[in-house]
Unconditional design. Structure first.
Length: 588
């Protein structure tokens, strides 16, 4: 198949068909979770609860979760941008299907919509870099990438799928043949990417830096100027549109806030103005304009919110960091991951980098070579970030797809010239499998488990939140405040009317510390904490990872006592028929 036989329309239809097939498979994988509303991660539950609260009357600009650490609650760092499509689908479907079914339909549809965006972005970037044939291959490879697919599974409604899709659209904009359109689109998409989550900052900064280098080395000033102006302007518009008046005085480090106005709004707009002024001044003038703009942005950040220079988690106390943050796999570097995660994370991007560099060396024009070299730099930066923070792996794997697709297209082109059809089919299938993300995962896992069969013993395990027991008895109790595990809280918020002491979300650091101390200190400490904060019940999952973690850390702590059936006298057991959870009421 060549570009002459694969028209733009056929490429669109091919990507749509791939999406439909992959979406069907993903729905089948998640089917057993839909009816019981079993989501994949605590953040998915909390996202649904945030949407429920908004639709139930909470202000659009107020993302505080008041049922965590009451009465003041926890101000979440999440954006309403991700809530919008979920809420829209619920409102649209509720009159037809009822509230419960509408929620489940929205929780299935929204991740699959983001998956369509990811496939489209991958195909667009690859078509601009290589060919439409390679673009179709890239989309096919994307449909086999576990690091991408996990974030778009039905019932996976957190923001990671949006981050991957928006990041890849920003990459595709870098290679638009029309500099003004590409720069403007890239700036807007990057601003939206960061508005969804500031986790994208390292990758977005890498893209901006590469555009600046292209401007200085190859004179691509128009693209950079359009990108900077659109990025700064869109960042301001998005903040104004999704935040109320109080937010203009809150200097948060973990989301776009006035603390970040210097780097995200002032600096890019200053860069766009400076590049316009320095347009006829040569390379030196452009360097001066960019350096001054960057220095202005950093200076404003340091002057208004110096603590943000240390990162959003720098202020976590040692107890919360040890028992919670350092146990969250998605935020840990590659050397602290289980072997299966390591193989999944590192196996595929080197293939993409090899293909990208091969495409650069084989480029027939100067512009083509520059684009592939830029793509190689973006991939290298994305992969480096993913090695430090596992949750960035989806974007890194997406960046590896264009180069892998180019390499696959070249190899398949050579195989197509073979004389024997059976050999062509077998060789084509084997080549695709060896270069695909799922193929590298399978091969790497087999090798690693043969070489180091015990390497998966990291001491870190994901919390089991798919509770295979009834929560109805707990939901029927009078509304109360409950002391329970951090990872249990989000699901319990969705299926019960109660409030809870804390959850694994860093802005609620006081609640996190309170929960950990209550379970790891002697029972008298928990008694004082519960009395001071009006908590009526203690709830544990005896089969859960979190309870075992607390019990193993302190043999005389409350968690260990409860797991061994040694409840203190100020707690009386409350039966939960049909549930594996264990509940106690505090005696007044």
């Amino acid at each position: 198949m060549t570009d002459s036989s694969l028209s733009p329309r056929r490429l669109v239809l091919g990507v749509a068909a791939l999406w439909a097939l992959a979406a069907t498979v993903l729905l089948a994988v998640a089917y057993s979770r839909i009816a019981p509303l079993e989501m994949w991660d605590p953040d998915d539950y909390l996202r649904l609860q945030q949407v429920r609260d908004w639709l139930g009357g909470q202000s659009f600009f107020d993302v505080t979760q008041y049922r965590i650490d009451p009465p003041h609650g926890v101000p979440m760092h999440w954006s309403r941008i991700v809530d919008l499509p979920i809420a829209a689908l619920i409102l649209l479907l509720q009159p037809l299907l009822g509230g419960a079914v509408a929620e489940r339909a929205a929780a299935c549809a929204v991740p699959l919509i983001t998956f369509a965006g990811t496939l489209s972005a991958v195909a667009l970037a690859t078509a601009r870099l290589a060919s439409r044939r390679a673009a179709l291959l890239a989309a096919t490879l994307a449909a086999t990438a576990p690091m991408i697919l996990f974030h778009v599974l039905p019932m996976r409604i957190d923001h990671h799928g949006w981050q991957t899709a928006l990041g890849l659209f920003a990459v595709a904009a870098c290679f638009d043949r029309r500099p003004l359109r590409g720069g403007t689109t890239g700036g807007i998409v990057t601003a939206l990417w960061l508005a969804v989550s500031l986790e994208a900052l390292p990758a977005a900064a890498a893209i901006a830096l590469l555009l600046a280098l292209r401007c200085l080395c190859w004179g691509e000033t128009e693209r950079l100027r359009a990108f900077a102006a659109a990025f700064g302007g869109a960042s301001l518009v998005l903040f104004a549109g999704f935040h109320g008046r109080p937010a203009w005085g809150q200097y948060w480090c973990d989301a776009v806030s006035p603390a970040w106005f210097g780097p995200l709004i002032v600096a890019p707009i200053a860069a766009a103005i400076g590049l316009r002024i320095a347009e006829r001044g040569g390379v030196g003038a452009r360097i001066a304009a960019l350096v001054l703009a960057g220095a202005l942005g950093v200076a404003l950040l340091a002057a208004t919110a110096p603590t943000c220079l240390a990162g959003p988690f720098a202020t976590l106390d040692p107890v919360s960091r040890h028992f919670w943050y350092d146990k969250v796999l998605e935020g840990l570097p590659v050397w602290r991951q289980p072997v299966d995660n390591v193989v999944m994370l590192i196996g595929f991007p080197p293939i993409g980098l090899a293909g990208t560099l091969a495409a650069w060396r084989a480029a027939r024009t100067r512009d083509e070579a520059r684009n592939w070299l830029t793509m190689a730099a973006i991939l290298a930066a994305a992969f480096a970030v993913a090695l430090l923070v596992q949750r960035a792996g989806g974007f890194a794997h997406g960046c590896a797809l264009p180069g892998t697709a180019w390499l696959l297209a070249r190899l398949l082109g050579k195989i197509d010239r073979w004389q024997r059809p059976p050999l062509r089919v077998l060789a084509s299938a084997a080549t695709f499998l060896m270069l695909s993300p799922i193929g590298t995962v399978a091969a790497g896992t087999l090798i690693m488990h043969r070489v180091a069969p015990v390497a998966n013993r990291t001491g870190l395990a994901p919390c089991c939140i798919a509770l295979n027991s009834s929560l109805d008895p707990l939901a029927r109790l009078p509304r109360s405040s409950i002391l329970t595990g951090l990872d249990l809280t989000p699901r319990l918020l969705v299926v019960t009317p109660h409030s809870y002491a804390g959850s694994g979300h860093h802005r609620g650091s006081q609640g996190i510390r309170r929960v950990i101390l209550a379970f790891t200190q002697p029972p008298e400490v928990a008694h004082r904490i519960m009395a001071a904060h009006g908590m009526t019940y203690v709830l544990i999952d005896p089969d859960g990872t979190e309870a075992s973690l607390y019990a193993g850390a302190a043999r005389d702590g409350l968690a260990a006592r409860l797991l061994h059936g040694e409840a203190p006298e100020w707690l009386e057991p409350v039966p939960l028929e049909g549930s594996t959870l264990r509940l106690w009421r505090r005696r007044s």
